[in-house]
Ligand binder design. Structure first.
Ligand SMILES: Cc1cc2nc3c(=O)[nH]c(=O)nc-3n(C[C@H](O)[C@H](O)[C@H](O)COP(=O)(O)O)c2cc1C
Length: 150
């Protein structure tokens, strides 16, 4: 049974809601899911995850939310071999900022550098749009499910 880890970084809770929605979509299709805030995830545990879905908002002019920054720092210092890990990426941001959705790109870049393989496209929710983040999350998760390895 494939276990899907949904790992999120948030400042005000939107990414947590999205993470819960993504986990629910996978749970509905019979996947075992584990949802965790990035503060509670050890970089050393990542290499053993088959599928990890990263969800992160962007803060402070393109930065990572406080709950994701230590994880990203640890990725860069510990540099685990992630060649067996498949990941998907969902960002939350606001297009009024020039640094729209930078944080998920920062996380994505680090994961790819360490050998992880991305599944699907990077979702980028825009808080300035009329689409609720949870609606985009549901549609994106459904698409991602079609790409899951058997
Ligand atoms: C102080 C502040 C700074 C922000 N900076 C950025 C930014 O640089 N780039 C971006 O795309 N969005 C930025 N945002 C928008 C948030 O990423 C967006 O509102 C997101 O939905 C918040 O999700 P969260 O509740 O999970 O933290 C910022 C929001 C606030 C309040």
């Amino acid at each position: 049974m494939t276990v899907v880890h949904v790992l999120y970084g948030t400042e005000s809770g939107n990414a947590e809601m999205v993470a819960d929605d993504i986990a629910a979509a996978f749970g509905d299709q019979g996947y075992e899911t584990v949802t965790a805030e990035l503060t509670d995830v050890e970089v050393s545990d990542l290499a053993a995850m088959q599928i990890a879905v990263f969800v992160s908002s962007t803060y402070g002019e393109g930065g990572l939310p406080e709950t994701a920054a230590p994880f990203h720092d640890a990725l860069l210092t510990e540099r685990p071999d992630l060649s067996g890990v498949r990941f998907a990426a969902f960002g939350l941001g606001d297009s009024i900022y020039e640094t729209f959705n930078n944080a998920i790109e920062t996380i994505r870049t680090a994961l790819l550098e360490l050998g992880a393989e991305q599944i699907g496209t990077t979702a980028k929710h825009d808080a300035a749009s009329t689409t609720p983040a949870t609606e985009l999350a549901d549609a994106w998760a459904r698409e991602l499910l079609t790409l899951m390895p058997a």
